[in-house]
Design a protein around this ligand. Sequence first.
Ligand SMILES: Cc1cc2nc3c(=O)[nH]c(=O)nc-3n(C[C@H](O)[C@H](O)[C@H](O)COP(=O)(O)OP(=O)(O)OC[C@H]3O[C@@H](n4cnc5c(N)ncnc54)[C@H](O)[C@@H]3O)c2cc1C
Length: 401
Amino acid sequence: MEAFADHYDAIVVGARCAGAATALLLSRCGMRVLLFDRDRRGADTLSTLALMRAGVLQLHRWGLLPALKAQGVPAIRSTSFVYDEDVITVPIKARDGVEALYAPRRTLLDSLLADAAAQAGADVRYGPRLKDLSRAEGGRIDGVILEERDGTLHHVHSTIVVGADGLRSMVARQAEAAVARRGRHASAVVYAFWRGLENGGNRWHYRPGVSVGVIPTNGDDTCIFVAMSPERFHREIRSDMDAGYRRLLSECAPALARELAAVTPSERYRGFPGQVGIVRESHGPGWALVGDAGYFKDPITAHGISDALRDAEFLARAVEKGSDRALAEYQAIRDELSRELFDITDSIAAFDWDLETLGGLHRALSVTMNREVEALVALDRPPPSPSIEPDSASDPHQPVT
Ligand SMILES: Cc1cc2nc3c(=O)[nH]c(=O)nc-3n(C[C@H](O)[C@H](O)[C@H](O)COP(=O)(O)OP(=O)(O)OC[C@H]3O[C@@H](n4cnc5c(N)ncnc54)[C@H](O)[C@@H]3O)c2cc1C
């Protein structure tokens, strides 16, 4: 393995959407960055792939959408909410450079971001795992101990260590990041990929106790998930995923279940038994957390990747400023933009709603997603001059898809 530098401005642990995006932005502003992941480049991970407008907006702002489209990721031009028999279809409006949604396979998205980070000058390594954080006198984190696959250890120093190492973050554990909030509910998910279906946009189907998501992705595949309570997952799905998946699919989206009755998925089923959301304190002397490491919420609102791309930018800006206060501001922005999203997601994950209550939760979700998009769009606006009135054209109640 090529030698590591003696010192980096930032070391980022975990090279998926949160870590690779953070490394990309830090490298682009001229910092010396090490990005590493114990997994191999292009490895898959559990995910149903949907990007919300905020996530697509980030890829557009960073100039990565053309490369994504060139890989054959299909444009998603509408989102339909199917409440039992009632269908509400919302076309994706072209604005702020986003004219469609996309749902790239993680094998593609995560490596696209990491490759862009490498192009911007980051030192990107696959294989080594974080074994330990190292501390200077006084306790400030000042680097990492890495272990290569053959057991070789390296002590690498940096000004800051960013934990983008997912829900079970070792950086969070070793930095003793306090838990700030916990959700109360969790939903379980089973999904599979189906080849050759027509791209009818994203479709979210709901019946009490179950939901189904239909998400077109690259490779002519459509990701279709079934979500339910963990109890139902253990009782009805776990022992026979194919039979359980098809039974719940036909309960929630009967026409789709009939369409797939004689078809075999293009890859094996993947199951997720559920995990309650958690928000961690995400900065301290010499360290910060981004993505699921600092803020994991239930996948039922399909928002983790978009939030990771959003927060990568707020964190990168704080790291560039280089003060502990800037890191505190990063966390405050993240929490401000995430609080309602976290609560609404938790309520939907409870699976105790009727369809009317769920419709209300979706409307509230749309308002908070709009605020998130506005916060990102505002990053590219010049700072307001005191003589200019606030922009009244941005209506926070305008639905966002
Ligand atoms: C079933 C399911 C469906 C989902 N569907 C969606 C969806 O449709 N849309 C959406 O936006 N979100 C979805 N999510 C959430 C989304 O997958 C996560 O929010 C996202 O993956 C978080 O990205 P991340 O980069 O923070 O962490 P991760 O994707 O967890 O990546 C962490 C990386 O850190 C590496 N790592 C960990 N420990 C170490 C170590 N010690 N040393 C070196 N490397 C290490 C890992 O190898 C991994 O590559 C879903 C999640 C689940 C479980």
